[in-house]
Design a protein around this ligand. Structure first.
Ligand code: FAD
Length: 279
C-alpha cells in the first residue's frame, strides 16, 4: 500500500453547455479539494458523445484540472479515431481510458468488432508512448466472458499490448479484488489496478446498473437497501458500507480508488473524509 492512495473521479459528459459549466464550476471544484490525480470523462460507445466527451475534457483542463478522456472504437475505422488522438495530444491530455465500449441500449447484443486490446495497439501505433493507457478490469468477471480464465486472458492481452494501469468495474465483494490481484501476481502482471467505487445513493438505479454490468450486489446488502425508504438514510448507510469496503481494499494493498461519481460530489467526499483522505 502506498502512503498516499491515488484518488480519481469519473464523470459523464453533460448534455449541454449549462450542464458542463455546472459540472466544472461546482462538482469538479468541490472534488478538487480532495486532491485527485484526475477527473475522467466517459465516452458513449459508437461515438455518441465524441464531442461531449472532448468538450468536457477540454473545459476541465481549461479550469486547471487534470482530465482523462475515455475512448472506445466500437465499429469505427482507425481513421475515425486518429484525429481525436491528435486533438487530445495537442490539448495536453496525458492519459486515456481505453475501452471496447458498450453498445448504446436499443442496439441489441454487443457486436463491436474492435475490442479494447485493438484500441490499445492502435494508440501505441499512432501515438507511441504519448499517453498513459488505462484499461478496464473485471474482478467479478465481465458478463460476456466464456470463463473467468478466458476473461483474465483478455485482460492480460491488453496489458501485453501496452496498457499502463487499470480501473475495475465496481463491486461490493472485496474478496473479488483480492482474487483478481492474486491472478495478476501469478501471471506476472504488476501494473496498478485501481478499484472502481460506486457510492450507494439510489436503490433503483444501483440495482438496474449492477444488473446491466454484471456487478454483484450481495444478498445481505440488497436486503438492507430494500428496507431503507428515506433517501438521506440510504445515503448515510451507503457511505458507511462503501467506506468500509474502501478501507478493506486499501488494507489489501489497493494503490488508490476511482469513484464513479454520477456527476455528484457529496457521497464520494464523505467516503474520502471517512478514509482520512480529505484535505
Ligand atoms: P474488452 O477488454 O475488449 O472486453 C471485455 C470482455 O469481453 C473481455 O474480458 C472478454 O471476456 C470479452 N471479450 C472481448 N473481446 C472478445 C472476443 N474477441 N471474443 C470473446 N470475448 C471477448 N463503457 C462505455 O461505453 N463508455 C465508457 O466511457 C466506459 N467507461 C468504463 C470505465 C471503466 C473503468 C470500466 C470498468 C468500464 C467502462 N465502460 C464504459 C464499460 C465497458 O465499455 C464495458 O464493460 C464493455 O462491455 C467492455 O469494455 P472493455 O474495454 O473492458 O472491453
Amino acid at each position: 500500500m502506498t502512503d498516499e492512495p491515488r484518488i480519481s473521479f469519473e464523470f459523464f459528459p453533460p448534455r449541454d453547455d449549462g450542464g458542463r459549466d455546472k459540472l466544472v464550476d461546482t462538482v469538479a471544484a468541490k472534488l478538487e479539494t480532495l486532491n485527485p490525480e484526475f477527473f475522467s470523462v466517459t465516452y458513449g460507445a459508437g461515438g455518441s458523445t465524441r464531442d461531449g466527451t472532448r468538450q468536457t475534457v477540454q473545459a476541465l483542463m481549461q479550469a486547471g484540472h487534470e482530465a482523462v478522456p475515455h475512448l472506445s472504437m466500437g465499429n469505427d475505422d482507425p481513421t475515425d479515431v486518429q484525429p481525436l488522438l491528435d486533438v487530445y495530444a495537442e490539448s495536453g491530455v496525458k492519459q486515456i481510458v481505453t475501452l471496447r465500449g458498450d453498445q448504446p441500449s436499443g442496439f441489441g447484443a454487443n457486436k463491436f468488432s474492435n475490442n479494447a486490446e485493438a484500441l490499445v495497439k492502435l494508440i501505441r501505433q499512432h501515438s507511441g508512448d504519448r499517453f498513459h493507457l488505462i484499461v478496464a478490469a473485471y474482478p467479478e468477471v465481465h458478463p460476456d466472458a466464456m470463463s473467468a480464465t478466458s476473461d483474465f486472458d483478455f485482460f492480460r492481452s491488453k496489458v501485453e499490448a501496452g496498457a499502463d494501469s487499470a480501473i475495475t468495474q465496481f463491486f461490493y465483494n472485496a474478496e473479488a479484488y483480492y482474487n483478481f490481484m492474486n491472478r495478476c501476481e501469478q501471471a506476472g502482471i504488476s501494473i496498478p489496478v485501481y478499484p472502481g467505487i460506486m457510492p450507494i445513493t439510489n436503490a433503483e438505479s444501483l440495482f438496474r446498473f449492477a444488473g446491466k454490468v454484471g456487478a454483484d450486489v450481495p444478498r445481505w446488502l440488497r436486503y438492507e437497501i430494500e428496507e431503507i425508504h428515506d433517501e438521506n438514510d440510504l445515503r448515510d448507510f451507503g457511505v458507511e458500507v462503501v467506506s468500509r469496503l474502501c478501507e478493506t481494499l486499501m488494507g489489501m494493498g489497493a494503490p488508490g480508488l476511482h469513484f464513479y461519481t454520477l456527476n455528484r460530489w457529496g457521497a464520494s467526499t464523505r467516503i474520502c473524509s471517512n478514509l482520512g483522505l480529505a484535505a
